[in-house]
Design a protein around this ligand. Structure first.
Ligand SMILES: [Zn+2]
Length: 172
């Protein structure tokens, strides 16, 4: 039987950085999803739900108002594991292109003053679940990583797929 080697992300070796998570086609277009990873999964404490919720509001507002990028932003939101966020943009997009935008968005969140945008019962599904001080602290920490030693390449484990059987054979 023919075997095909493919790769999947090894979550035990992910470090903070920015990664291309997926590239999907939608009709004639492609959309690019980035993994904006802020924490080492299962190693360091995840981001508090209140903090990542405030990051969601502040960064989404920034991205959707950036003159160069606003028309390409499809989605920004936190991962359920609370170690990072997903950013989906229209079109093919490289890490080199997206890096300055993400850095600027997190500098904006680090320096943010005033009320978190959209935190009323009319505009948010859980408007009490916010923590601006921790959102700023987490953003400052992530900016330091982005400015010094961000990772851009997923650690992968090779696996072997048997076509048609759905069976996976992990070799690591
Ligand atoms: Zn909300």
């Amino acid at each position: 039987m023919e075997l095909i080697a493919s790769f999947q992300v090894d979550h035990t070796r992910i470090v903070p950085g920015i990664y291309v998570s997926r590239v999907d086609s939608a009709g004639a277009e492609v959309i690019t999803t980035f993994d904006v990873r802020m924490k080492r999964p299962n190693v360091e404490p995840a981001i508090h739900p209140n903090a990542i919720h405030s990051i969601e509001h502040i960064v989404a507002t920034y991205l959707r108002n950036d003159p160069q990028w606003k028309d390409r932003i499809v989605y920004w939101g936190p991962m359920g594991c609370l170690t990072g966020n997903y950013l989906t943009v229209k079109g093919a997009c490289t890490l080199q292109e997206i890096y300055p935008l993400i850095l600027a968005a997190f500098r904006h969140c680090r320096d943010y003053e005033g009320e978190v945008p959209g935190t009323t019962a009319e505009t948010c599904g859980n408007f009490r679940l916010h923590d601006l001080a921790m959102a700023k602290w987490e953003s400052a920490r992530y900016v330091e990583i982005l400015e010094s030693s961000p990772c851009f390449e997923y650690p992968s484990v090779e696996r072997t797929v048997v076509p048609g059987s759905g069976a996976l054979f992990h070799d690591s």
